[in-house]
Every structure is written in C-alpha cells, then in structure tokens.
Design a protein around this ligand. Structure first.
Ligand code: SF4
Ligand code: SF4
Length: 252
C-alpha cells in the first residue's frame, strides 16, 4: 500500500507528475492527479510537483481532513532575491545558495521572488533556482511594504512554502518581520548556518554572537512557513551554470 497522496485542493492539473512517473502510477481524473495502487513511493513526483500537492499520507493522516492545518501541506523553499540586468546582488547569491542546499536536502523545488531585471532572472536560474517569480523594481518613492508585501504574502499563501529565506539586507529587515506577523509565524534571527531535521522537516538555524565565540541553535517549534534571515558572508555562493534550465514567470 503506497503512502503517496495528492492534496486535490492544491493540484492545478499541470500533469508534470504524470510525465515524471516512469511506472505510470498517476492518472488525471477530472483535472486532478490521482495516485494508482502500484505506486512504489519513489518520491520522484514529490520533487517534481511545483505546487506542493503531493505528500506522504502516512506521516500526516490528518492532512486529508484538514489540509490547511498540517505542516505536511507546506512544501518547497522560497528565497527573496534582488538584482539588475548584470546579475544578482552578492547577498542574494548567498541566500540562493543556502536555499538550494535546503531544497536538495528536502527533495523540493527552489523558487525565488526576484525584484530585478531579466539578467538577474537568468543568473538566478543558472545558480540553481527552479522557478523565478520576477517583477520589475517599484518606483523609488514607493515604500517596500506597499510595493512587495501583498504580492509576496499572496504567493506564500498560495504555494505554502515550508521555508522562506531572506538575505541580510535593508528590504529584508522591513519585509520579513511584517510577513512573519501577517502569517502568524516566527522569524529566525540572522543565521550563519542552516540545517533541517529530515524527520520533521524543521529548520535548525545557528546564530553567532560576541564575534563568533558564542553560538546557539534556534527553531520555530513546528510553525509554518519557517522564515529566516540569512547572515552575509556565511554561505558560499553556488557557481553559475548557463546551461541550467528553469522557469521564469512574471510576478505580481
Ligand atoms: S505535478 Fe502537482 S499540480 Fe501538477 S498534476 Fe501533479 S499533483 Fe497536480
Ligand atoms: S511516488 Fe514514484 S511511483 Fe509513486 S506516483 Fe510518484 S513517481 Fe510514481
């Protein structure tokens, strides 16, 4: 008996999972994916579904009854990026690298909300983002919150990312606490290392103080999404691979 399940409310009917399943253990019914009995729980489709609609029914039987309430329904990693036509800013390249590693560890897509030009979007894909939600920078006189808070909030609510990372930058310091408050979740202070508990998918952040002589590990105790600020110069950048493929979509 397989444990792979579909959250039908989140399934957009894109059929990506159907194409990735080499066992043909998924079929579409009424525009929604359905898992067939001979599924072997290989998880290939879990990683492919960019909408977080595939999950383990074994680890969260409650999800079927209340999909909005379970941490199992939150899947994927989102990073906030900034750049221009020449590429991503250095702090954004670092947060991208941190997000890429976590996405690989969790077996999910890495997505980005990018404020910047097409050069920055291509740079993001080449460094490991699977889907870039790109938008042009707001006019200079527009406040950050009014320009980006609502669209970002809408994207996080719609996609239910389990982890959202911000670089240690001025826009992040304004946006991240406001988003955490509106999503009723906790915000990690700037962390210099990030790992995940593979069983609970909980984010473990390391914070350093007193010039690095003191450190402690922090978690948000199961809250979703897990929003963290990433300290600068702590995460080595991923190298760019111009042949890497990813999706670039226009964001609100
Ligand atoms: S990949 Fe996800 S959203 Fe697309 S059909 Fe499969 S379950 Fe639905
Ligand atoms: S878990 Fe593997 S076998 Fe099962 S439906 Fe997904 S891709 Fe197919």
């Amino acid at each position: 008996m397989h444990v792979t399940q579909i959250i039908s409310e989140k399934c957009t009917g894109c059929e990506d999972c159907v194409f990735v399943c080499t066992l043909k253990a998924i079929r579409m019914e009424g525009g929604k994916a359905v898992i067939l009995e001979h599924c072997t729980d290989c998880k290939d489709c879990w990683k492919r579904c960019g909408d977080g609609a595939i999950y383990s029914g074994e680890t969260s039987a409650a999800s079927a009854a209340g999909p909005q309430q379970s941490t199992e329904d939150w899947r994927g990693v989102l990073v906030w990026l900034e750049g221009d036509d020449s590429g991503l800013q250095p702090a954004s390249r670092e947060v991208l690298a941190a997000g890429r590693r976590l996405a690989d560890d969790l077996g999910v897509y890495l997505e980005a909300y990018l404020v910047g030009g097409s050069g920055a979007a291509r740079d993001a894909v080449s460094r490991g983002v699977d889907r870039v939600h790109q938008r042009a920078p707001a006019a200079p006189h527009t406040g950050l919150a009014s320009a980006y808070e609502s669209p970002l909030l809408g994207l996080i609510r719609q996609r239910q990312f389990e982890i959202v990372l911000f670089p240690d930058s001025l826009p992040s310091w304004e946006l991240a606490p406001r988003l955490a408050q509106r999503l009723q979740t906790a915000l990690y202070p700037p962390v210099s290392a990030l790992t995940v508990d593979f069983e609970t998918r909980e984010l473990l952040g390391t914070i350093h103080a007193y010039g690095g002589t003191y450190f402690s590990e922090v978690t948000t105790g199961g809250a979703r999404p897990q929003i963290a600020l990433v300290r600068g110069n702590a995460f080595p950048e991923t190298s760019a691979d111009p042949s890497r493929e990813g999706e670039i979509v226009q964001a609100a």
